[in-house]
Design a protein around this ligand. Structure first.
Ligand SMILES: [Zn+2]
Length: 330
């Protein structure tokens, strides 16, 4: 049967029928909200990411997370920001039990308990003086000594009460090393969300300003993935699943939606997260006046879910959750 008997427009005639046949829905529960924490000082807006802040450990952070919870955002991922004078070649501040992230985990868990789920990024670039994601030997990031430090960092976070650790350094074997370390310390229930297919992307630019984590020499192309590759992402994901990842991730999201779909199609039994990164966020903010920021944001988030992501890490989490209370604008 075909036209005039078949008329797909019947299913688009009004909001009720469109909603009834919609294939994709987004919800505040899909979001993981990235939060930058710092040891002290005042709340600072991040110049490269309008509407995002570095939060000192204290009341303002708790109030902000209370607001997040009130609109249904119940998952955060923490990134530590520390002053330059505590950075060193081995990123020691990253696995200091009194470091900013363990303290933030304790503060948040004391305030919210199980109501707010806490992920913590595991990497060293925020804590090394050279800005690379691991230990540098002969001008190269050394894989096997770096993953031992990631494991130490993960155990430190688990000790503080984190729900999930999220290794983002793209070192080989990092998930297995972390899983072994967590289990040997009795943290069998702490999960791992692996940044499995993390690309060497210029879309991270605004984040590096936010976390002051830009590498001081070279780039990250010897460990993060080549933007030209998609099939390789499936391999990275499968390795992480074998190593014990509970959730896998593709990062960035928007320029890599084909990768999100490819991973979902090939490894459908593992929850998949996609990171709607800082550059994607800031581009939308910078285009205010040229585009309808609200509708564009919700369209982007919907596209990430439609491509196959189960979870979306996004700086838009709070505003999107508020907008979604009025329903989708489609
Ligand atoms: Zn890193």
């Amino acid at each position: 049967m075909r036209f005039p008997h078949v008329r797909p427009r019947r299913l688009r005639a009004g909001k009720v029928i469109r909603d009834a046949v919609a294939e994709t829905w987004i919800d505040a529960r899909d979001f993981i909200y990235p939060v930058f924490v710092k040891p002290r000082g005042g709340v600072e807006e991040i110049s490269s990411m309008p509407g995002q802040f570095r939060w000192p450990l204290g009341r303002e952070l708790i109030n902000h997370l209370e607001e997040a919870l009130s609109v249904g955002v119940d998952k955060v991922i923490l990134f530590g920001v520390v002053p330059d004078d505590v950075k060193d070649p081995h990123g020691t501040a990253g696995y200091d039990p009194n470091g900013v992230v363990p303290q933030a985990i304790k503060l948040i868990k004391d305030a919210f308990g199980d109501k707010l789920y806490v992920f913590a990024d595991v990497c060293l670039c925020e804590y090394t003086d050279h800005g690379h994601c691991g230990v540098v030997k002969n001008n190269r990031v050394d894989n096997d000594s770096t993953i031992k430090l990631y494991a130490k960092e993960a155990v430190t976070y688990a000790d503080a009460g984190v729900d999930f650790v999220a290794p983002s350094g793209m070192m080989d074997g990092q998930v297995a090393e972390i899983r072994r370390a967590l289990d040997s310390h009795g943290f069998h229930d702490v999960g791992i969300m692996a940044y499995s297919a993390k690309y060497a992307s210029a879309f991270y630019g605004p984040f590096r300003v936010a976390a002051s984590s830009a590498p001081k020499f070279g780039d990250r192309r010897s460990y993060q993935m080549d933007p030209r590759n998609a099939r390789e992402a499936v391999r990275e994901v499968m390795l992480d699943v074998e190593e014990g990842a509970d959730i896998v991730m593709v990062k960035p999201a928007l320029a890599y939606l084909d990768v999100v779909k490819l991973v979902k199609d090939n490894v459908p039994w593992v929850p998949l997260a996609a990171y709607n990164v800082s550059g994607e966020y800031s581009m939308v903010k910078a285009a205010a006046g040229y585009i309808d920021v609200k509708v564009v944001t919700l369209e982007i988030l919907t596209s990430i879910k439609r491509a196959g992501a189960d979870l979306i890490l996004t700086y838009h989490a709070l505003e999107a959750a508020k907008w979604l209370r009025d329903g989708l604008p489609f």
